[in-house]
Write a protein that binds this ligand. Structure first.
Ligand code: SF4
Length: 456
């Protein structure tokens, strides 16, 4: 099943799509269900448990705060940082949480949220369970959710049936692999971005999709500019100093050789986004928060530094990148907890390479080639965030991913589209590698840099 391109690119708040955004959405759904079943007024207590990767790195990824916000009625796409800060402060101070902004329950982050370090729920490593109890301690409602990467949340029922959060639609040009995507394009004489826009008419008009993608680009642009002008330290015990603003100042004051300058700017843009993400600010899942810097950095590199850039080409870029993201989501996973970082930074690199190739006028075959190159050289990339924070190696890794994506696009554009390894083969390899990868390298902070670099 193919999801919408607007499921791949969603407005989110940092630092993690699976560990912050997903739990926030799940908590919001749980609260909304209590309300719609007319049970909310009887709720005397809410508690939640987190399992697997969420249990191990949830606190570092601010899962606890995300749950407070979700239960309060906040959604990642509309949450305002100042308001969220005030809400959190109030709960931390008063230990009272106002569910959906109207029903008070006692809430202590330490007592009512449990992070299980050794237990997992059966269907996905990012499992969580919410309970609501009445004044006698009887359970009014209990529900399990899974945060499956990129802010997608499914229930236990959905996980067992393989459903995703997107309502299935009969799109005019269904595709379930790189091969079938190219086949559909040949059959219809459409470019990949045109085919995506036609498919999106199942959900909204072409004009609305174009407008929504341009809105997504404006959120990305704003995020880069904010990151490039913000100084100071990132939150958390690592006390990491932000670098993007200093990089921009340095670039603005020196006239480097053009190619060096392009790489340095790409890196600054990616770092700017991921510093904003680490600070808990607004980003776009592309396809996840941890890898949120690569697509915007490469798109900014195109949009701000190429004379041919215009709104049409920007839509081409995002629609094409979205189609590639759909293939990874369908045939592997975009969850670092399932695939390691190849499923986040690797996928984002592949998407950005495809998008840039499209924007620069590449053929469908060259786009598929660029997407393949973008992943091939990220295979095996582990997820080992130091201190469970989305900072080291995540922020710098996005800069590396952006540079690699531009290189992949350039290589593909200089070829004729014929190549040895197909996109489908590399996606299958990524999936198998992710399944074989030891769990300590999959967003648990139990291996790699996370154990070799002290976090405080
Ligand atoms: S190492 Fe990669 S997958 Fe893991 S949290 Fe960081 S960006 Fe995400």
């Amino acid at each position: 099943m193919i999801c919408s391109v607007l499921d791949i690119f969603k407005i989110a708040i940092g630092p993690s799509s699976s560990h912050t955004m997903g739990p926030m959405i799940a908590a919001g759904r749980f609260a909304a269900k209590l309300d719609s079943s007319k049970q909310l007024d009887r709720v005397a207590l809410i508690d939640a448990e987190f399992f697997g990767s969420l249990g191990l790195t949830g606190r570092g990824h601010q899962t606890d705060r995300a749950v407070v916000l979700g239960l309060s009625g906040q959604h990642p796409s509309t949450a305002q940082p100042e308001h969220c800060r005030a809400l959190l402060e109030a709960v931390l101070t008063t230990r009272i949480l106002r569910v959906l902004d109207r029903h008070d329950v006692p809430f202590d982050l330490e007592r009512h949220l449990t992070f299980h370090q050794r237990e997992s729920l059966p269907l996905h490593t990012n499992g969580m369970r919410f309970r609501a109890l009445d004044v006698d301690g009887s359970v009014l409602a209990c529900e399990e959710f899974y945060s499956i990467g990129g802010g997608f949340v499914i229930t236990a029922e959905g996980a067992s049936t393989g459903e995703t959060s997107t309502a299935p639609r009969d799109v005019p040009w269904p595709f379930d692999s790189g091969e079938s995507l190219l086949h559909r394009c040949n059959e219809s004489s459409l470019k990949i971005h045109e085919l995506v826009l036609e498919n999106e008419t199942c959900w909204r008009s072409v004009a609305e999709t174009r407008g929504a993608l341009l809105d997504i680009w404006h959120v990305m642009e704003t995020c880069i500019r904010r990151g490039l002008s913000t100084e100071g330290e990132l939150p958390g015990p690592l006390r990491i100093a932000r670098r993007a603003a200093a990089l921009r100042r340095d670039l603005d004051s020196t006239a480097e050789h053009r190619s060096v300058d392009a790489m340095a700017r790409l890196s600054a843009y990616a770092i700017a986004v991921n510093e904003e993400n680490a600070a808990g600010h607004q980003v776009v899942t592309a396809p996840t928060n941890g890898a949120a810097g690569i697509v915007p950095a490469v798109l900014a590199y195109y949009a701000w530094h190429h004379d041919s850039a215009n709104d049409d080409r920007i839509v081409d870029f995002l629609a094409t990148a979205g189609a590639v993201g759909m293939l990874y989501k369908r045939n592997a996973s975009i969850s670092g907890a399932e695939m390691g970082c190849q499923g986040e930074v690797g996928v984002a690199c592949s998407m950005a390479a495809a998008g840039l190739t499209a924007a620069l006028g590449g053929s469908n075959e060259q786009i598929e080639n660029a997407a393949e190159i973008g992943m091939e050289h990220n295979l095996g990339l582990t997820c080992d965030p130091v201190g469970g924070l989305v900072q080291i190696p995540c922020i710098e890794r996005n800069a590396m991913g952006a540079v690699k994506a531009v290189n992949a696009a350039q290589l593909a554009l200089r070829g004729n589209g014929r190549h040895h390894v197909t996109l489908d083969q590399v996606i299958a390899t990524m999936r198998q590698t992710g399944l074989d990868m030891a769990s300590k390298y999959k967003e648990t902070s139990l291996g790699g840099l996370a154990v070799n670099v002290p976090s405080c």
